[in-house]
Design a binder for this molecule. Structure first.
Ligand SMILES: [Fe+2]
Ligand SMILES: [Fe+2]
Length: 268
């Protein structure tokens, strides 16, 4: 199964640049062009949060049109820039329930070897994340339906570990992390990986042997500065998509592909 992941689209209002500098709408279009050209075609596209910059209907409309035009099944989870109720209107049926309830859902298609678990890690109107007992109880129930032969793939916005990028760790998962890590460790044999965004960089870690993989933004990247006093700044390092190839004999094999194209390929 080939899973494409894009994240942190931060689509702005029409004719607005993010921080006066980043054209996130054009960046998303370029990302869609790259995905459309992907051969073999991904089976699914997962979007790990911060879809919009300000959570307006119009920003979501722009995204849903772009995703639908791809013609590949897609699933989304919210980031700290998103709004649950507006996402429920934009993506009806994906996480049915109370408009403001955590946007959590799982997908278990007979023709897919993985159970996809979308986990909402947000705190409405806050930058930091949380994994409350309600969400963890729900996650435990979902993991209970996965098996080592038909494992789960969790996708969420906030990374469940310290990244070392201080201004992003300050708005990481501040609540519920020990219980989450215990739950993952206890079910490690039935979880193939955890995909995240939020930090706008490629970063890898593991919990109980389960890989936790962060993909970079489809638009702008957070500066790699590991000083404890690092300010929050961004760079225009080139955007990438993640391609996660899952097979029973290997588990996840992950590639990061530039959205931009470069000269080549050339024969040796
Ligand atoms: Fe973001
Ligand atoms: Fe975020």
């Amino acid at each position: 199964m080939l899973i494409a992941q894009i994240t942190d689209l931060h689509v702005t209002r029409k004719d607005e640049l993010l921080s006066g500098r980043v054209d996130t709408r054009s960046a998303l279009k370029a990302c869609m062009t790259r995905l459309a050209a992907q051969d073999p075609r991904p089976d699914v596209v997962l979007v790990t949060g911060d879809l919009t910059e300000t959570a307006t209907d119009e920003e979501y409309d722009f995204i849903v049109k772009a995703l639908e035009a791809l013609g590949i099944p897609f699933f989304v989870v919210p980031g700290n820039h998103d709004d649950r109720a507006t996402m429920r209107q934009t993506f009806p049926g994906m996480a049915a329930g109370d408009p403001d309830a955590p946007f959590c859902f799982s997908i278990d298609r007979a023709d897919w070897p993985l159970r996809l678990i979308g986990l909402d890690s947000i705190v409405p109107r806050r930058s930091e994340g949380a994994l409350c007992p309600t969400r963890l109880d729900w996650l435990a129930g979902e993991l209970g339906q996965a098996t080592p032969e038909h494992p789960a793939l969790i996708f969420m916005h906030h990374p469940p570990f310290r990244t070392g990028i201080a201004p992003m760790d300050a708005c990481g998962v501040l609540d519920g992390l020990p219980a989450f890590r215990d739950l993952i460790s206890a079910n490690a044999d039935r979880i193939s990986g955890i995909l995240c965004g939020h930090v706008h960089r490629v970063i890898h870690a593991a919990i109980g042997g389960v890989p936790v993989l962060l993909a970079p933004s489809s638009a702008h990247q957070i500066t790699l500065d590991l000083k404890e006093t690092a300010p929050l700044t961004f760079t225009l390092e080139p955007p990438k998509i993640a391609l996660h190839d899952w097979r029973p004999e290997t588990g996840l094999v992950t590639h990061y592909a530039y959205v931009d194209t470069f000269p080549g390929p050339y024969p040796f």
